[in-house]
Design a protein around this ligand. Sequence first.
Ligand SMILES: O=P(O)(O)OC[C@H]1O[C@](O)(COP(=O)(O)O)[C@@H](O)[C@@H]1O
Ligand SMILES: [Mg+2]
Ligand SMILES: [Mg+2]
Length: 343
Amino acid sequence: MDHNKLALPVGATLDRFIMRKQEDFPYATGELSQLLRDIALAAKIVNREINRSGLIDIAGAYGNRNVQGEDQQKLDVIANIRFIRALRNGGEVCTIVSEEDDEMIQTGNTQGKYIVAIDPLDGSSNIDVNVSIGTIFSIYRRMSPTGTDGTEQDCLQPGTHQVAAGYVIYGSSTMLVYTTGNGVNGFTYEPSLGEFFLSHPNIVSPKTGTIYSINEGSSDSFSEGVAEFVTYCKQNNFSARYIGSLVADFHRNLLKGGIYIYPATKKAPQGKLRLLYECNTLAFIVEQAGGKASNGRQRTMEIEPSNLHERCPLFIGSTELVEMAEAFLAKEQASTNVVISSH
Ligand SMILES: O=P(O)(O)OC[C@H]1O[C@](O)(COP(=O)(O)O)[C@@H](O)[C@@H]1O
Ligand SMILES: [Mg+2]
Ligand SMILES: [Mg+2]
């Protein structure tokens, strides 16, 4: 192994990093590298829109509801258009699944080998109040032959089939964090140079932590196990941190240690977050950083998707905390089984 080729210094550009990583795969053809560049380009454009969103009339609702029944914000639509255009023009992607579109989007690139599942703008409720928001994306290799449009089966692959996953966080600084199954790296955007620079090489998430992130506004409808875990956190002086943008809550906990939970609630029996372009994506990243992700019982990435916009509960973050939360849920399940069997 040529050790000089190993680690790139902090400050290396994203482009050089992608090229360097591609050399690790002798049979790599450069298409995935190009796709990552296409996503980075769209992120730069969306970042510009977000940074000046208070100045120009892109605040507020767009006037449509998406397939989730949510009021689309103008920036949801703008980000969706920008990413779809970059993926279509890049030529590597045959089919896109987007939070903002009911159906699969066929790009017309029938020779494209990749499928992208994307949440173009995450944290929509925080758009107009200058709080960190993000973009979340997963990349899969198609299973169907090239020369045709991608199929629903191509889009409904389990998270374990991801070839890459990442997010952009538009916060006090803009960062791109991603994995191709070889560790997790973070890049910070330098707007005056228009470049992403390696700032967080080989992110490793602490095995435990004292931060818990859950919307306690829904605590009345938490299950017994979730409620007991939250009580445990409070009794052990954990800090409650909830921004309301999944990407931002996840990113903080990834770096500092902690757990983010969006459980099943009476209002959202399957939770709120989407398996294909929120849960699976962050699950791949957290596992590559040494953390864990489940729906409280099953490893998120092993869940077989059955529809494009399916939701699932999410317990994600430091391994010891996720396992502790799972233990509380298992205890709840056991006591439920006792009650059932005694009747
Ligand atoms: O307001 P709630 O119910 O706590 O939900 C907040 C969660 O919903 C989301 O906004 C859902 O994502 P979108 O904004 O992409 O629809 C997450 O970012 C966030 O963690
Ligand atoms: Mg989202
Ligand atoms: Mg969204």
